[in-house]
Design a protein around this ligand. Structure first.
Ligand code: IPM
Ligand code: MG
Length: 375
């Protein structure tokens, strides 16, 4: 009696499969990765986002204007504000990233982006997910460091596929069942694995943890793990270890073993979840930065969300800008402005943010005033 529904679902699935095969094929013809040197001219897009986004982005813009003052004057660096990536606008035009915003972003090389709100359920896709896909930002890189506890981790989260790529394209037979899809391509896995192992090699790391649930997700995670090991064979000085996501989640809070981990490579959703946990160990999601790197574009952002509750309670000015500032430091490093990145990172380390949910701690602006003095 469900024949018509089944037929519709199968047709839908066929279309998805064809598109995913096309995507896998397109990846083979990706452009060569862009590398920056200290004198590469760069246009940086500054995107406010929703909620506390514009508040913390205003402070990040101040910090960048100070650090890049000479280069802005010499016109080797351009800071360009990009408006319009707001939930109201996205809902009004019915696009996760409005066409005109995407076109402006594509005129830049790199972006620093405030958090955007993702409506739960409904049809509207997350702006983040859409941007990562549209700009093919396949490596989500999230460092977490707690020196006193010997923690120096870096996560290479696959950022364009897994559970995310068809997250808004599932099948539902109302009143009976719902199905979502998880997609892992060979090319997509190989490039994130290569990014993780290249980082390990270039930074003297000796261990890469491949984190999956390949005992259960046998096809997608099974392939992910197998391809990571294939890539690992090109890096004989680095040990590649298989871990399951559940025990790794426990290990991160186990002081007896957590400091032995260095580099992690993992599929999208596990990476999403475990990097929030890791950031919490460092002091909270407000303290971690995140880079989304592709071969052509790169986007840098805070790992936290838009904090609508803070805005509703009238406490938006008290938002902690450290996460977006760490992302700004990652951006400076990506564009080969190493000494500027060092200055910003050192100032962030030396200048703690006094957070207080009741509104008696630092404001984003007050904190940034102190930080700028330290630069
Ligand atoms: C992140 C966020 C995003 C994600 C959301 C906002 C879509 O949680 O960057 O980790 O799930 O990737
Ligand atoms: Mg997340």
């Amino acid at each position: 009696m469900r024949d018509a529904e089944i037929r519709t679902a199968v047709e839908h699935f066929e279309a998805l499969l064809r598109r995913q095969l096309q995507r896998a094929d397109d990846m083979k013809h990706a452009p060569a990765a862009r590398h920056y040197t200290t004198d590469t001219p760069v246009t940086i897009g500054l995107v406010g986002g929703d909620g506390i986004g514009p508040i913390i982005m205003e402070q990040a813009t101040r910090v960048l204007s100070v650090l890049l003052k000479d280069e802005i004057e010499a016109k080797t660096v351009t800071l360009r504000r990009i408006d319009g990536l707001t939930l109201e606008n996205r809902l009004a035009v019915g696009q996760a990233v409005p066409d005109d915003v995407l076109a402006s972003l594509k005129e830049c090389d790199l972006f620093l982006k405030g958090p955007t709100t993702t409506p739960k359920g409904g049809k509207m896709e997350s702006a983040n997910v859409a941007l990562r896909r549209e700009l093919d930002l396949y490596a989500n890189i999230r460092p977490v460091c707690v020196k006193e506890q010997g923690i120096d981790w870096i996560f290479y989260r696959e950022n364009t596929e897994g559970e995310y790529v068809l997250g808004s394209s599932g099948i539902e037979i109302p009143g009976a069942l719902a199905m979502d899809f998880k997609v892992t391509t060979d090319c997509g896995t190989r490039r994130i694995a290569k990014a993780a192992f290249d980082y390990a090699k270039a930074n003297g790391k000796t261990n890469v943890a491949i984190v999956t649930k390949a005992n259960i997700m046998k096809k997608t995670d099974g392939n992910f793990s197998a391809i990571c090991h294939e890539v690992a064979s090109d890096y004989p000085d680095i040990t590649a270890e298989d871990w399951y996501i559940d025990i790794m989640t426990a290990n991160l809070v186990n002081p007896d073993i957590r400091s032995r981990f260095q580099v992690f490579v993992l599929p999208n959703l596990y990476g999403d979840i475990i990097t929030d946990e890791a950031a919490q160990i460092q002091g909270g999601v407000g303290t971690a930065g995140s880079a989304n790197i592709g071969d052509r574009y790169a986007m840098f952002e805070a790992i936290h969300g838009s904090a609508p509750r803070l805005i509703e309670e009238g406490l938006g000015d008290y938002a902690n800008p450290q996460s977006i500032l760490k992302a700004a430091a990652m951006m400076l490093r990506h564009m080969a402005r190493f000494s500027l990145a060092d200055r910003l990172e050192r100032a962030l380390e030396e200048e703690p943010f006094r957070s207080a949910a009741d509104g008696r701690g630092d404001t984003a602006k007050g904190y940034t005033d102190r930080l700028i003095e330290r630069l």
